[in-house]
Design a protein around this ligand. Structure first.
Ligand SMILES: [Zn+2]
Length: 398
């Protein structure tokens, strides 16, 4: 699994990943972080191997031996997930996409990519790199397990059991991630295909996420059948935990795909609309030498707008918003000017009427402005605000 912070796939798991995590080192120059939930997985895996799987597979060893082997297997599992993510990251770096960090958490790992892939081919290669690493690790582990049959017991037996387990887990990791529902790796490969086919990144993402929704429902339904069957006595009671886990993963995939769809719908709507169609044309400007008291009385109260461009000699030199005035004590309003309180203009403040609303929104979010001044041939011709974007989307929905 991979996560994007810029653009389309701001993953649903992002909120969850804000919980405590710790940096444990770096690989390929990328910080590796371990999330709180991963420690629970580590303990659970060690415990279930030490008390169930290993005593069954290798009877007659001491408890401390089982716990030791369980912990080693859990660490190797961790390394497997990390190598899967490093596979994605390595190929992404070949395409000059910076990786913010790799986080290991409850459902595996995520490599945080700071940009969208440049082409469908890049997207496809980055997506399959993770499963390719998992399959290679799986084949290596299974090969090791097979070779250790010829080693003397009991160490040969131990290698056979651990190698077999690790091989099985890695193959499963590769197969699961190949499910063609976005944001799983298979879903990203599907997006690459749809993108190459239709030349529309956003629509391809939206469709791949629709498949993700379907697989989320399907996994959760399979989990519910297993859980219900185990409770009703139809299946072995041990399938109950598998059923619960499948439901959990299905719900997670569904949630991630849902939030991707929602975001894509928004992006498609905003990308297809130009600033000039949404901007407020009746702009009122303020001179910089005006006192804040006059600005409040004659502009903010009189017009009811949240902010105004500040203009001197026909040039926009900044913007002033209600918050900028509120930041100054009321007793000083008669002594301070608009020029003192305004946010000075930078190139990020201006946008062309021919830019898309998506570009305007990205600009506002990126530069921290609530409103942009629309400039045509050097002259301010309108204003576009965050609340206008929200209103536009509301109207479109209606
Ligand atoms: Zn992956």
């Amino acid at each position: 699994m991979r996560r994007l912070t810029v653009g389309s796939a701001r993953c649903y798991c992002e909120r969850m990943l804000n919980a405590p995590s710790w940096e444990i080192g770096r690989a390929l120059g990328i910080p590796i972080r371990v999330h709180l939930s991963w420690f629970l997985v580590f303990l659970f895996v060690t415990w279930s191997l030490a008390t169930g799987y290993l005593p069954d597979a290798l009877p007659g060893l001491s408890d401390s031996r089982y716990w030791g082997m369980g912990a080693v297997a859990a660490v190797l599992l961790f390394v497997s997930v990390l190598l899967h993510e490093l596979g994605h990251s390595y190929v992404a770096q070949r395409y000059k996409i910076p990786i913010g960090q790799i986080t290991l958490f409850l459902f595996g790992g995520v490599a945080q990519m700071r940009a969208e892939p440049p082409s469908p081919k890049a997207e496809f290669l980055i997506a399959i790199a993770g499963p390719v690493v998992s399959f290679a690790l799986g084949a290596f582990s299974l090969g090791l397990a097979a070779a250790s049959e010829w080693w003397p017991a009991p160490s040969g037996q131990g290698f056979a059991v651990l190698g077999g387990l690790l091989g099985f887990v890695n193959v499963q990791l590769g197969l699961f991630n190949l499910i063609p529902g976005f944001p799983l790796d298979g879903g990203r490969a599907l997006r690459a295909g749809l993108w190459a086919w239709g030349h529309d990144f956003q629509r391809a993402t939206s469709r791949a996420a629709l498949v993700g929704l379907g697989f989320g429902v399907w996994l959760a339904a399979c989990g519910a059948v297993l859980l219900g069957g185990a409770i009703g006595g139809l299946f072995d009671p041990s399938t109950a935990s598998n059923g619960g886990w499948l439901m959990f993963i299905g719900a997670f995939l569904f949630g991630a795909a849902w939030s991707t769809r929602k975001q894509m719908t928004l992006r498609i709507a905003l990308s297809g609309t130009l600033v000039r169609d949404v901007m407020v044309r009746a702009i009122v400007t303020m001179p910089p030498q005006l006192s804040l008291q006059s600005a409040v009385d004659e502009f903010f109260v009189a017009y009811g707008y949240g902010g105004f461009p500040v203009v001197a000699d026909g040039q926009v030199i900044g913007v002033i918003a209600v918050e900028d005035v509120q930041a100054i004590a009321q007793g000083l309003w008669s002594w301070r000017t608009v020029g003192d309180a305004m946010r000075p203009a930078s190139s990020d403040l201006f946008i062309s009427p021919e830019a898309s609303m998506m570009q305007a929104l990205e600009r506002m979010v990126g530069a921290g402005y609530d409103r942009l001044v629309v400039i045509d041939a050097g002259r301010p011709v309108g204003l576009v605000t965050r609340s206008a974007v929200a209103q536009f989307l509301q109207l479109r929905k209606a």
